[in-house]
Design a protein around this ligand. Structure first.
Ligand SMILES: Nc1ncnc2c1ncn2[C@@H]1O[C@H](COP(=O)(O)OP(=O)(O)OP(=O)(O)O)[C@@H](O)[C@H]1O
Ligand SMILES: [Mg+2]
Length: 252
């Protein structure tokens, strides 16, 4: 990870999906700046464009208008080959379904995105230690709990030392205890290592760990707020619900 990072910027991004004659505008001019070392949570109703936004920030999908800047690079200016290597070096991705290779051991899953060599072994060992997974290194994903599998997926996301970690509902398949452990881990990666983290979540208990909650509605920014201004997850949930459907005094 280079010492000086630039903010991750999404400038007026529009993303349309075409299905036959049908056009779905999944993002309608989204604006977002994530400062280096910041941890944000993206919330919003199903279909509001959260995953699309994450994919756009990861350079996994191109945009119809606007710009995505990661560490100062406009992703649209990179060729496919450049984008692949840029992504590997700058962005770690984590998914709800872990997406580990079933036939490979935990350790080999972590090694997968990286170039082999003696340095890699030291790196993988350090990650296994950091995530408390040293004893599980030879296990295949099927022999690991959900929380353990997600730890391995996070280690895999970190193996190339990306400044930015993007996670789409990383706790969505986990029980609440394992989910909170994953949140704590992400928080530590941010606080101790200065990683920039954006997660998509539906869960107020998860969003509570972030520095900032960004709420999308119908593919556009709706509102933002700081979890530190909320007393507890119930308060955060109420703040979020109010943003989505403000109850006017007249309707009470
Ligand atoms: N590959 C695709 N082709 C066509 N339409 C798509 C595609 N991916 C997403 N969409 C549409 O774009 C909109 C935004 O989808 P997206 O997956 O970003 O929502 P989301 O906020 O992540 O929802 P969820 O909470 O259910 O995961 C939706 O209307 C969805 O149906
Ligand atoms: Mg989604």
């Amino acid at each position: 990870m280079s010492a000086e990072q630039l903010p991750l910027k999404v400038n007026g991004v529009v993303k349309r999906y075409r299905q036959g004659s049908n056009v779905i505008e999944a993002l309608r001019g989204v604006q977002l700046t994530i400062r280096p070392g910041e941890f944000i949570a993206i919330m919003g109703a199903s279909g509001s464009g959260k995953s699309t936004l994450l994919h756009v920030m990861a350079g996994l999908t191109d945009v119809d208008a606007g710009q995505v800047l990661v560490d100062g690079r406009d992703l649209a200016t990179l060729s496919d080959v450049q984008l692949t290597s840029f992504r590997r070096d700058h962005i770690g991705l984590v998914f709800q379904a872990f997406n580990l290779i079933p036939a490979l051991s935990a350790e080999d899953n972590i090694r997968l995105p990286a170039v082999d060599g003696p340095e890699l072994t030291a790196k993988v060992n350090a990650l296994l230690d950091r995530l408390g997974m040293r004893q599980r290194r030879t296990h295949k994903p099927g022999a690991l709990s959900g929380g353990e599998q997600q730890r391995i997926a996070i280690a895999r996301a970190l193996v190339c030392d990306p400044a930015v970690v993007l996670a789409d509902e990383p706790t969505g398949s986990l029980d609440s205890v394992s989910g909170q452990e994953i949140c704590r881990l992400l928080r530590e990666l941010c606080d101790e290592q200065g990683r920039t983290i954006a997660i998509v979540t539906h869960e107020p208990h998860v969003a509570m760990w972030a520095d900032r909650v960004v709420v999308l509605k119908d593919g556009a920014n709706l509102t933002e707020f700081a979890p530190s201004d909320q007393r507890d997850p119930q308060d955060l949930a109420a703040r979020y619900q109010f943003a989505l459907a403000p109850v006017s005094e007249a309707n009470r």
